[in-house]
Design a binder for this molecule. Sequence first.
Ligand code: XMP
Length: 495
Amino acid sequence: DGFSATKLFNQGYSYTYDDVIFLPHYIDFPTDAVNLSTKLSTNINLSVPCVASPMDTVTESSMAVAMASLGGIGIIHSNNTAVEQAALIRSAKSHRIPYVSTDIPFVNPNDCILDSSVFDTFPCVFVTENGCQKDRKLLGVVDKLVWNSLSDKEARVSGYMKKNVVTLPNTSSFNDVAGYLAANDLDLVPLVSENGELVDVVSGKDVERINGFPKLGLPTVGKGGEFLVGASIGTRESDKERLKQLVDAGADVIVIDSSQGNSIYQIEMIKYAKKMFPSIDVIGGNVVTMYQAQNLIQAGVDGLRVGMGSGSICTTQEVCAVGRGQATAVYKVASIASQSGIPIIADGGISNSGHIVKALTLGASTVMMGSFLAGSTEAPGVYEFQGGRKVKKYRGMGSLEAMTKGSDARYLGDTAKMKIAQGVVGAVADKGSVLKFIPYTMQAVKQGFQDLGADSLQAAHELLRSGTLRLEARTGAAQIEGGVHGLVSYEKKAF
Ligand code: XMP
């Protein structure tokens, strides 16, 4: 019944996720017995197979922290200066719990607080050495009640701020912080680094909110309990210096970001990175064919990123006439990479949990997502309203707008002077926190695995390879039938 993967994917068609469907197999275990733990690359283990894409509207430190706290990982984008990218890595590394406060109010010791609007978001204002987000040594706190009782509002805050602030080290665990707030009946506590810099502020409400999120796998942490963080680089000569700065900042894995990875520039960069930093995993790509994959494997990659033109914001297939349907690309690259034990990342085109089940079963070890994460609280940028809907901006790194900021290296290589867009700028709907919707999505993925009779990624790969798992291509009508149809209206709410 149905086809084996070998037969289905060798008929000359380029299939994407929606083009194929698995036939259900046999269930002999409960959903919760499904183990989604996996490898990002040779030496990096994840308990959850999710990776946040190195895009400037997806992954900066807040996303990297949230993804690692869930058991996945985030790759910090490089559409910035090396110094800025390194600072994002350092910031992610300085946290032990997902970001709680993004709008902490700061003032300088020499400032005066003339009106109460500064207390709009917090019941107090933090006085830091230079009064801004960077390099912010905590000097004191001004309580709203204290400020209210001041007779001279033009006094400098250094004159009346509270200097002995109770703080906790930024290396405290979530449970330590929550326990401390409860035991001391405090509303909030600042977390500070070894050098006395204010890293975060945790309030009782934050504790309640975080406790309310469903629990997932073990967080992705290093030996010292710090979150693991990835970072992308390009293949230009200047990326060698960037690479050094990222490694110095603590990057745990490097992703070489290129839309067509099988190039002399990338192969040289892989060799250079592996020679200079042998203990850091290097992920190459993007590739969609066995030939491309083989070349990068030979160059020494520890992981491969698969996908060309399948991303929601991509126009590469239209503009350049190259690429591959993502289901075929993942299956083909996995069939060669698995022979060398190189994990692959299915990058782009994920818009629902079914796509994740398909990517992982067809041979990927993780999925990399852009649009799926871009509407979350943890994505960079602020929410806007469009036609009454709350949205966040999401743009392709090959869009003219992003390339103007510097990401043209991914799409042009070294020499091209005329920029042609291979991506678009758009917006995605608000999805709330990844801390909530990723656990629900993973529960759906586990149900898919259960239907296939696979209790782990390895089991799914084996079922596929052995031909036990059967597939079929879906006709256009079958795809329509597989979605909601025939209703005048409906509400799509999954959890
Ligand atoms: P999704 O579907 O998750 O895709 O939004 C994210 C992936 O798309 C790739 N990417 C691009 N591809 N033009 C392209 O052809 C672009 O401008 C562009 N920007 C990102 C990238 O692989 C990302 O992870």
